[in-house]
Design a protein around this ligand. Structure first.
Ligand code: DC
Length: 232
């Protein structure tokens, strides 16, 4: 058997572009570890909400800074589903971190310099053995600027809003297309303009606009990019 080289794959892009769907599928197909960097910021937001660090939409940053040493986040592969799930201090919080409450509180948490510094260090540690795919906003620019394969994913805001709306309605949330679109545009603005680790395309990233592609087409495209790099 050919001794395949192991690489780091960085998948960055706007929210609701389908990054995690693409990353999870590829990880399964090629046997790589999937690291959802956004889940780590969500887990910190959840911890903060549970421990009185976030109250009335305001963060007690001093308290959070002290608490950072007590926050341990890991990813464990569920043997039944084959999916990677997020653990906060040993507890499976995969469902809790996906709620609207957490989504509404996570942006300011992810903008804090000391939070980003701690997360980036953990993400670098988790990925250093290679054979990993990470999705997020700053993977190819800050976490692993030397990643062998960098993808920057985009899609038209209207397409992303439609995809998000479908997901929210399926979860039973009562939202309108206009609300979802507005929320996405606000998040895009926050993600691209913050001082620390803003979302931006790395110079050597390959950009893909997946607005008019099916999930299967995206998978095939990503697998082809991967094969090209590892057979080089
Ligand atoms: O991708 P997501 O929606 O799960 O991300 C949750 C939040 O974390 C979102 O506000 C963007 C932020 N994030 C970040 O700042 N840096 C990352 N590497 C990943 C996510």
């Amino acid at each position: 058997m050919r001794n395949m080289k192991k690489i780091i794959i960085a998948l960055d892009g706007y929210s609701s572009c389908g990054k995690s769907t693409m990353a999870k599928e590829l990880a399964k197909e090629i046997g790589y570890t999937y690291i959802d960097t956004g889940a780590m910021y969500r887990a910190i937001a959840l911890y903060s909400m549970r421990n009185g660090i976030i109250q009335n939409n305001s963060i007690d940053t001093d308290k959070l800074q002290l608490a950072m040493a007590d926050i341990h986040i890991s990813f464990v592969r569920n043997p039944e589903t084959g999916r990677w799930e997020t653990y906060l201090n040993g507890e499976n919080v995969e469902k809790e971190i996906r709620t609207m409450e957490v989504a509404n509180q996570v942006s300011p948490v992810a903008a804090l310099g000391f939070v980003r510094k701690a997360m980036v260090a953990q993400q670098q540690e988790m990925g250093k053995a290679k054979g990993v795919i990470l999705d997020g906003r700053d993977v190819g620019t800050v976490i692993f600027p030397d990643a062998e394969l960098k993808i920057f994913l985009t899609a038209r805001p209207e397409v992303r809003a439609q995809r998000r709306l479908k997901e929210s309605l399926a979860k039973g949330e009562k939202v309108t297309y206009e609300e979802v679109l507005k929320n996405l545009q606000e998040r895009d603005h926050k993600d691209t303009t913050r001082a620390e680790g803003p979302l931006k395309k790395a110079e050597d990233a390959i950009e893909l606009d997946n607005s008019d592609m099916t999930v299967e087409e995206q998978q095939a495209w990503l697998l082809a990019q991967f094969n090209q790099v590892i057979t080089k």
